[in-house]
Design a protein around this ligand. Structure first.
Ligand code: BGC
Length: 376
């Protein structure tokens, strides 16, 4: 049995490695400066190329790290923890000194970072915290609780003075620690609005007992896990659409409020709601400021997004890498507990974007109208 398991593991690793070498939908490399003398200093592993969010991060990293003169390589896990592990192993073989990793699955990535840590690589969790391991050194992230608060508060302000507004709730992926923090942030404000009768939740019976009660991402993890289990989109557009269509089968309609966790799912959910003739209006949240969602906001098909400036996050990470490679200790301003240790962290600010704010950001040159027009 042991031999069989070992064989399966080897096969899985081989498949992952093959995928990582470029073909198909595997973990392709996108930035490879490894030919430069001294090998690769910084390895970056991102979750998927299939969401525009992570392509923004890739571009931001390339600019920041090349600008600072570091050799780096970006690899994508394409939704597979086996590919993620083989990506890390391949970067370790190339001699990286710092590994920056945004985990596919926060708990499963422990094995990958342990492999890097074992050979003295400094591990920086990027955007998503890796949990249940002490093989992580730093965490660079946005203020994810504030993202959730902004989404929940947007809906509250939008329907100020109204009562019994149907509220539909959707969350990210339970394998992603951020999904818990986003929902906890949103519920920290929505719970009172539900208790006060402003909103009536339509598609999540498990949340009923928490009307008037906040849920902490750490202390109430198990309770949250049960709630999210019923509204989990897995960050997947098709799952989000199917969940939305199912919710519409029995939910009250008219003018409705929708908590959608990010832009990709927001667009999928918005499409499902606009296709339903009994929905007379809706407000839907998002996050990431993906070009396609900025277009939806201009067309009034999505109400808001939360801009997490990946250029800022990549630059913050680059400054941290610079300190680490120079033998110093990076300054941090927060800690996140990952169930094994308090991880020293840096938290970047977020910007809430509705249609008016978007016009301002375009006028300031933060976004270009032609990029938005060309969004797919
Ligand atoms: C990120 C979001 C992203 C989501 C899906 C989260 O961990 O913080 O920005 O939309 O993953 O990829």
């Amino acid at each position: 049995m042991k031999k069989f398991l070992a064989l399966m593991l080897t096969l899985a690793l081989m498949l992952g490695t093959l995928a990582a070498c470029g073909g198909g939908n595997g973990g392709e490399e996108s930035t490879d400066d490894s030919s430069s003398e001294g090998g690769v200093q910084v390895g970056i592993v991102l979750p998927t190329k299939d969401e525009p969010r992570w392509l923004q991060d890739e571009a931001s990293f390339t600019t920041a790290l090349e600008g600072a003169g570091f050799t780096s390589e970006v690899m994508f896990s394409q939704g597979s923890t086996a590919t993620e592990l083989s990506n890390v192993e391949s970067l370790v073989e190339k001699g990286v000194k710092v590994l920056v990793i945004c985990a596919q699955d926060g708990a499963a990535a422990g094995a990958a970072v342990q492999a890097a840590k074992d050979v003295g690589v400094t591990v920086v969790c990027y955007d998503r915290l890796i949990t249940g391991t002490d093989a992580v050194d730093y965490y660079v992230t946005f203020d994810s609780f504030a993202v959730g608060v902004a989404q929940g508060q947007y809906l509250i302000d939008k329907y100020a003075g109204k009562t019994d507004v149907p509220l539909y709730l959707f969350s990210g992926a339970k394998t992603d620690n951020n999904a818990f923090i986003f929902f906890s942030g949103a519920w920290s404000v929505l719970n009172k609005a539900v208790a006060d009768g402003q909103f009536k939740v339509q598609n999540c019976d498990a949340i009923a007992e928490y009307a008037g009660k906040a849920l902490d991402a750490d202390a109430d993890h198990d309770a949250l896990s049960k709630v999210l289990g019923t509204i989990d989109t897995n960050w997947d557009f098709n799952t989000a659409k199917t969940l939305a269509e199912a919710a519409l089968q029995s939910g009250e309609k008219g003018d409705v409020a929708i908590l959608a966790p990010n832009d990709g799912t927001a667009r999928a959910i918005a499409d499902a709601f606009s296709a339903d003739g009994a929905v007379t209006g809706y407000a839907v949240t998002g996050q990431d400021a993906e070009m396609a969602s900025l277009k939806y906001i201009q067309d009034e098909k999505q109400s808001m997004t939360v801009w997490k400036n990946t250029a800022t996050l990549a630059q913050t990470t680059c400054d941290m890498v610079s300190e680490i490679l120079g033998g110093g200790s990076p300054k941090t301003d927060a800690t996140y507990n990952n169930q094994k240790k308090d991880v020293p962290s840096i938290q970047a600010e977020i910007v809430v974007v509705d249609k008016d704010k978007l016009a301002e950001l375009i006028a300031n040159g933060d976004f270009s109208q032609s990029d938005i027009d060309n969004a797919k």
